[in-house]
Design a protein around this ligand. Structure first.
Ligand code: NAD
Ligand code: MG
Length: 376
């Protein structure tokens, strides 16, 4: 029995994680469930899964407490709760499925406390990959990626020596605008949210539409697999069947394939290095017939090169990349800016930023907080 904290339990990854747990009831015991504002859903989940604690934004603390008054579940606020859920000595695995920069603090605390971190929150690695890696080296904490591409890479590297990697081929669905040739300036919110292959939270859906998501994933791979950015190639694969590949020094390429469903990488992160049964529809190559590959249009999707430049510059530049992007995505979702302004603003803010080399964790939070205050 492993004890779990599931952070961001009410979101898309949270839903899939709980479905995975439904099948693995004898393996996992949930101690903490967290959400930001959906207290009604969190109360329902608490009644179903009976955790010791639930965690919610302080604004909804009393509402949640009232809904759970007939139960033994204790209610905490985000401020103390997320620290407790990632440092409680009984917790074996922290699932971090919080979206955006608010996921960084829990990743840091979990790393400080030597936890296994099943990580969906790629933003933490974009912002502070080097700091998180340094902490994990000290404490023995370990990240097991939930992101499907990185799970595919981990699975392709099973039993391999990482020094024999020649390159990683990161596959991308290309998002809803992959077949567009003309400007994306006037695309609508609805069109941008309509991802062809995956159903996900709004923020990552927009990141997929701008392809900033793939830029983030390149940075995530740099930190997870200790590679230089130029060792990672991005290729459009619209079917999302090959979830990524590793090319080794002898020219051999190993890939992981499967129908797109996040339950698979989530389960692998929870049962790693073991595999257990998962009853999902199976890949049928006869039915699939063909798979396609092409290069991303880097003019239509400037986010890819902006992200690569940011990781090459390093220091606090990826923090600016992450946080300006996050704020601009929410502005786009509120109809306040155009789709193409998201990445344009990111570029402008990076150009203005005075980079700090080898930032401390505190300095990373200072840069992040300053951007939120100024641009939000
Ligand atoms: P979502 O919007 O569906 O869910 C986000 C969760 O985070 C919710 O439970 C919400 O309550 C919580 N949350 C939001 N703001 C918070 C805050 N300030 N403090 C505490 N909790 C907060 O998002 P999602 O699609 O589930 O994505 C979650 C993370 O997983 C993101 O980092 C995303 O990039 C990553 N990811 C998602 C998918 C996917 O298929 N959805 C795939 C790969 C990676
Ligand atoms: Mg992904």
């Amino acid at each position: 029995m492993k004890n779990l904290s599931i952070l961001g339990a009410t979101g898309s990854i949270g839903d899939s994680t709980l479905k995975v747990i439904d099948n693995l009831k004898d393996h996992f015991n949930i101690l903490y469930l967290s959400a930001n504002n959906n207290y009604k859903k969190l109360a329902d989940l608490a009644k179903k899964y009976n955790p010791e604690y639930v965690i919610i934004d302080k604004e909804f603390y009393s509402d949640l407490k009232e809904l759970l008054s007939s139960t033994k579940v204790k209610v905490l606020t985000n401020e103390d709760g997320l620290i407790q859920a990632t440092s409680d000595s009984r917790v074996h695995v922290v699932v971090n499925a919080i979206v955006g920069s608010f996921g960084l603090r829990p990743t840091i605390t979990a790393a400080e406390n030597g936890k296994i971190i099943a990580l969906a929150n790629k933003e933490s690695l974009v912002m502070a990959g080097e700091n998180v890696n340094a902490l994990m080296k000290k404490t023995g904490a370990k990240i097991l990626p939930i992101d499907s591409e990185h799970s595919a890479i981990l699975q392709s590297l099973n039993g391999e020596d990482y020094s024999t990697i020649n390159k990683i081929i990161l596959t991308a669905s290309g998002g809803p605008f992959r077949d567009r040739k003309d400007s994306l300036e006037n695309v609508s919110i609805t069109d941008a949210l309509a991802h062809p292959n995956w159903s996900m939270g709004n923020k990552i859906s927009i990141d997929s539409a701008t392809m900033m998501n793939k830029g983030f994933e390149l940075i995530e791979a740099v930190h997870l697999f200790d590679l230089k950015p130029d060792r990672i190639e991005i290729i459009i694969h619209p079917e999302s069947i090959i979830h990524s590949m590793v090319e080794f020094i002898d020219g051999s390429v190993i890939a992981q394939l499967g129908l797109p469903d996040m339950m698979l990488p989530i389960q692998y992160s929870l049962t790693y290095p073991n595999r257990v049964e998962l009853n999902l529809p199976r890949l049928n190559l006869h039915k699939l017939g063909t798979m396609n590959f092409s290069d991303p249009d880097r003019k239509l999707f400037p986010a890819i090169d902006v992200a690569i430049a940011a990781i090459n510059e390093g220091g606090t530049v990826p923090v600016v990349l992450n946080t300006v992007n996050e704020i601009m995505v929410y502005k786009f979702l509120k109809g306040k800016i155009k789709f193409t302004d998201i990445v344009k603003n990111v570029e402008e803010e990076i150009a203005k930023h005075k980079k700090i080399d080898k930032p401390s964790i505190d300095q990373i939070f200072e840069v992040n907080d300053e951007i939120w205050k100024r641009l939000h």
